[in-house]
Design a protein around this ligand. Structure first.
Ligand SMILES: [Ca+2]
Ligand SMILES: [Ca+2]
Length: 228
């Protein structure tokens, strides 16, 4: 074998080694349980009757398992700026990221009826792992057309990733959702973001089974790694 060929082969071998080592390095990232603190439950259990006209999943009746996340994962949404499709009907948008997720009078912002969204600016493109949100957990109500999207475009035109969509009849016009509806509880709704990189998180809803058509939010938490 000529020296030239030998050199080529050793370069190729080196590249193969590097390609094999790269995924192993990311897999060996240290993980910890998601540092999520749940609010106090104000009702016990969930209703036996599934509300008519919903796609609600039967609750498991057991506490939700706590997922593992990379070490350093934190709630990037805390105290971050929130904007919405319409001015609130009552309350302030700052309630969404103020850290208070208790089901008490005055802890939820109320957006007007029909399809509305709110959007959190994390301040920088970050690696996201889980999003947890509580619309309103005073009662086991069911919110409709819940869609969660992330993007690095504040207008959500370019590079939009949909992480959750339970609008199965596409009445919101964001695409046919494959996810199910669910009862609001103190656990909130937890959805996986699978390491997607984004700066903005947008949540849609279109009223609920509660006795008025408003869109409520008590808190939204976005767990990820702070941008370096
Ligand atoms: Ca809050
Ligand atoms: Ca729908």
């Amino acid at each position: 074998m000529s020296n030239r060929i030998q050199r080529r082969l050793s370069v190729l071998a080196g590249m193969t080694l590097f390609a094999l080592a790269a995924p192993a390095l990311s897999q060996s990232r240290e993980t910890v349980p998601l540092p999520l603190k749940l609010p106090r439950p104000v009702f016990a259990g969930t209703p036996k009757d599934i509300p008519a006209g919903t796609t609600v999943e039967k609750p498991s009746g057991k506490p939700r398992p706590i997922p593992q996340v990379p070490k350093g994962t934190t709630n990037l949404a805390l105290k971050k700026k929130v904007k919405a499709s319409k001015a609130p009907f009552s309350g302030d948008l700052a309630l969404v990221t103020d850290g208070n997720k208790e089901a008490q009078e005055g802890t939820a912002v109320e957006l007007p009826p029909r399809l509305q969204w709110l959007q959190i600016d994390l301040g920088a493109v970050s690696e996201l792992h889980y999003i947890v949100f509580w619309h309103f957990h005073m009662e086991p109500v069911v919110y409709h057309d819940v869609v969660v999207q992330v993007s690095s475009d504040p207008d959500f035109i370019e590079g939009v990733t949909t992480l959750f969509n339970n609008d199965q009849d596409n009445s919101a016009g964001l695409g046919i959702g494959k996810d199910r509806e669910y009862f609001e509880t103190s656990e909130g709704k937890l959805i996986a973001a699978k390491g997607v990189k984004a700066r903005y998180v947008r949540l849609y809803s279109k009223g609920s089974t509660y006795n008025d058509p408003l869109n409520r939010y008590t808190e939204v938490e976005v767990y990820g790694l702070p941008a370096k």
